[in-house]
Design a protein around this ligand. Structure first.
Ligand code: FAD
Length: 321
């Protein structure tokens, strides 16, 4: 058996979440004393493909061409399944991103494989079965699922596994798959706003604001702190509903789920629907003037205070640091 990693690209580049998934797949390959192959789809140049070997990929299957330039769920799932068949892969790893979440079950069907999406840790292996810790109920809880099928598909949540450089070189092989017209019948597009700011789903630090900030005119403090920390900005649902911030920043059950190393919540009450999207953050810091705010129950650090006094002091402290 071998392990296959789908190396998803964004505009021809690999994000950190891909290198995390490669490192995760490498660890599974090492546990099973086997090799790791990456499959890349779309037009990714040789320099970018070579990066994959830094994290332990032994071989890259490169699928290029105009037909597969844009992400199409069914067609990409067919290509990845064919790559897994070619390599005799018993484990297929993806990033638990917008496209990864759509691909995992489709690949599962094509390979008759058990699927664990939302994985947050390496599987515990006993015999041929994998126990995988994963998020459940929109991030409100963790569950352990047991995959007993011969082939397993695992989608790893960004920021839940460390990038590990191993070095090495990987041969790059052009890989061609005959896709069917039916593979292109439906296309789900992710519309990503082009910005020079840190992308929210991949961010290691997120500074998030809620209704406690009173209005859009006060977001300068959030943006300034985020810039100083190299963080992405986010908000609660009522804030984006009111048009204070774009909907692309709304986190929670009905918005984006994030799992940064540090989530700073300012003037957010901590309703269950908000926590659903942020509770797998490693460290949560809450700034709220109400000591009874529910967010404090899940916070690692809490500051009871007025955001309009605390944030300027925090910004000054970070600048001096
Ligand atoms: P509020 O609840 O109004 O809280 C504001 C907080 O700011 C309070 O805790 C207050 O003490 C504090 N505050 C006020 N002034 C200051 C100050 N000067 N300094 C410091 N603190 C201050 N919400 C989401 O966020 N994401 C979702 O995905 C989402 N999905 C939902 C889905 C459904 C089906 C439903 C019914 C609701 C959903 N909601 C979601 C809404 C959710 O229930 C809450 O209403 C929302 O999260 C509250 O937003 P908030 O904390 O910004 O505002």
């Amino acid at each position: 058996m071998s392990v296959l990693i789908y190396a998803e690209n964004t505009g021809g580049k690999f994000k950190k979440s891909v290198f995390e998934a490669v490192s995760y797949a490498r660890a599974i390959a090492d546990q099973n004393n086997t090799s790791l192959t990456a499959v890349s789809i779309g037009n990714v140049d040789a320099t970018e493909l070579a990066l994959l070997s830094k994290y332990g990929v032994n071989k890259v299957l490169n699928v290029s061409g105009d037909k597969l330039k844009e992400f199409v769920n069914q067609a990409y799932a067919s290509v990845i399944a064919e790559a897994a068949k070619k390599e005799g892969s018993a484990v297929v790893v993806l990033s638990n991103t917008f496209s990864g979440r759509g691909l995992a079950p489709r690949i599962g069907i094509k390979l008759e494989a058990g699927v664990a999406d939302g994985a947050v840790a390496l599987p515990e292996q006993t015999g041929g079965s994998f126990k995988v810790k994963k998020t459940a109920f929109s991030g409100k809880a963790f569950a352990t699922v047991e995959l007993t099928s011969a082939i397993k598909v695992i989608a790893l949540v960004p920021n839940s596994y460390k990038v590990v450089e191993t070095g090495g070189t990987a041969q790059v092989e052009d890989f061609r798959v005959e896709t069917k017209a039916s593979d292109f019948k439906a296309m789900i597009k992710e519309i990503v706003r082009s910005t020079d700011k840190v992308s929210l789903p991949d961010a290691e630090i997120v500074v998030s604001g809620g209704r406690g900030l009173k209005g859009p005119e006060n977001w300068g403090m959030i943006e300034e702190l985020a810039e100083l920390l190299g963080a992405a900005t986010a908000c609660s649902k009522p804030v984006s509903d009111a048009g204070w911030r774009p909907h692309s920043e709304h986190v929670g059950q009905t918005g984006i789920a994030v799992s940064p190393n540090l989530y700073i919540a300012v003037g957010i009450s901590g309703a269950i629907q908000h926590l659903a999207g942020v509770s797998s953050s490693k460290v949560i810091v809450v700034i709220n003037k109400d000591p009874e705010a529910p967010f404090f129950k899940v916070a690692d650090y809490g500051i009871v205070g007025d955001a309009f006094e605390v944030l300027p002091k925090l910004i000054t402290a970070v600048k001096e640091y």
